[in-house]
Design a protein around this ligand. Structure first.
Ligand SMILES: Cc1ncc(COP(=O)(O)O)c(C=O)c1O
Ligand SMILES: Nc1c(O)cccc1C(=O)C[C@H](N)C(=O)O
Length: 412
């Protein structure tokens, strides 16, 4: 028996990409904004690195299989997807650590100012990194938090750095990067942009938007696996001006001559100076293979599908009368949101658990939001229709009141 293909999937130019992923049995997965699905090609590539590179070639693989350059080669692959020219993106560490490095760099470049301007609703790690630097630097770093609505107008001549996450992790709201960057430039402030919820989900152009520094995750829309290393972009103009090291994490692999084993630190040229310690080779190999899945698609097609999926989700919710019961807190204007939707309900946590029990994986964000992430490479319109139908039954039958769905787990 053949099942009918959803008419919207029939017209989808990215529909064929779904076959490149392992879709867990009986599962509809709308959590790619937190952890992307695994592709068998990534599995294969990591296995090969384990068996042949580590297994057979052991330490010679640092040269023979280019392990030592992976942060740069993989960085350039990411760079192509965020509009960065070669040699300005590196894949290493976590987003948090990379934030620390670029915030220090930006503060040092704009050293006659101390204010880091950000938004109250930014992802906590972004704010915590500044708070940590503030604690260590005292007067030389001062965090000022404003609302997303007022950010643009709050940038002024005292601002050293504007720290902004393009797409809000909770609401999915997309901030106008071009305007923010332009205003920052006018005021002599530098921009540090967190692309965690943008990279791989929508077109990003760090050069056209004159972004100074950017960071982001690879385990979300790039599907590189849990804890996969993050990325860091630095504009060429900052890499060229080498008065002194740009950040205080003086790791040996960021040294100009790591294998000279010198006593004193001297930063490497270019983006390599943002390296710290030994790269996590197996994880980098996974990022490398996962990025290959973007080789034959355009970010514009990805964005079109992302908007198609989220708009269709809203349409289905409306058809089932769900939008009155759990209002959407994400922008209704598609261009003003990223690749996710969030819905408010006092029982959002239990609703999410009830959905998972029905085979639909979404997530919950405190205090009361159900979050749905759309991954254009593997999600389908049929999945949207089916997931919303299941949600409608849960809401109608108030299944979320079951005690089993109220139990909070450690990771939400
Ligand atoms: C906006 C944003 N920044 C950073 C992170 C995570 O950073 P890290 O890779 O350090 O866990 C996340 C998600 O965890 C995020 O949503
Ligand atoms: N990085 C995560 C993790 O290690 C465990 C659970 C969730 C995450 C996430 O990525 C959360 C994500 N940044 C968010 O937008 O909420």
């Amino acid at each position: 028996m053949t099942t009918a293909v959803h008419p919207l999937d029939k017209e989808d130019p990215l529909a064929h990409k779904r076959a490149a992923f392992h879709i867990p049995a009986n599962t509809i997965y709308f959590d790619g904004n937190s952890l992307g699905l695994m592709a068998p090609s990534v599995h294969e590539r990591v296995n090969q690195a384990l068996r042949h590179e580590w297994g057979d070639d052991v330490i010679t693989s640092w040269n023979k299989h280019g392990w030592i350059d992976l942060p740069l080669t993989v960085g350039d692959k990411i760079g192509r997807l965020i509009g960065a020219p070669e040699g300005q993106t590196i894949c290493c560490d976590s987003t948090s650590i990379n934030l620390f490095k670029v915030l220090c760099a930006a503060l040092q470049i704009n050293s006659d100012r101390s204010e880091i301007l950000s938004t109250t609703d930014n992802f906590p790690t972004d704010l915590y990194m500044v708070q940590g630097i503030e604690q260590w630097l005292g007067e030389r770093c001062k965090l000022r938090l404003v609302s997303e609505d007022s950010l643009l107008n709050e940038i002024n001549e005292n601002t050293a750095v504007v720290l902004v996450t393009e797409v809000n992790f909770r609401t999915g709201r997309r901030l106008p990067m071009a305007h923010i960057s332009q205003r920052a430039k006018q005021c002599g402030a530098l921009t540090v942009v967190d692309l965690a919820h943008s990279a791989g989900a929508l077109p990003v152009d760090v050069v056209a938007n004159e972004i100074d520094f950017a960071v982001g995750c690879t385990y979300k829309y790039f599907n590189a696996g849990p804890g996969a290393p993050a990325f860091l972009y630095a504009a060429e103009r900052h890499l060229k001006q080498q008065r002194q090291p740009l950040h205080p994490l003086y790791g040996w692999l960021g040294h100009a001559a790591p294998f000279a084993f010198e006593v004193n630190y001297a930063p490497a040229d270019g983006i390599r100076q943002f390296l710290t310690g030994t790269p996590p080779v197996l994880s980098l190999v996974a990022v490398d293979a996962a990025l290959d899945l973007f080789a034959d698609v355009t970010m514009s097609d990805i964005r079109t599908k992302s908007i198609g999926l989220s708009s269709y989700w809203l349409e289905c919710m409306d058809k089932h009368g769900l939008l009155d019961v759990m209002p959407c807190i994400s922008p209704v204007v598609a261009d003003e949101r990223g690749s996710q939707l969030a819905f408010q309900h006092a029982e959002a946590y239990a609703i999410c658990q009830a959905l998972i029990a029905e085979g639909v994986i979404a997530d919950f964000r405190a205090p009361e939001y159900l979050r749905i992430g759309f991954a254009p490479l593997y999600n389908s319109y049929a999945e949207v229709e089916s997931a919303v139908s299941r949600l409608a039954v849960i809401m109608q039958e108030k299944r979320y009141l079951n005690a089993e769905f109220q139990q909070r787990s450690k990771v939400t």
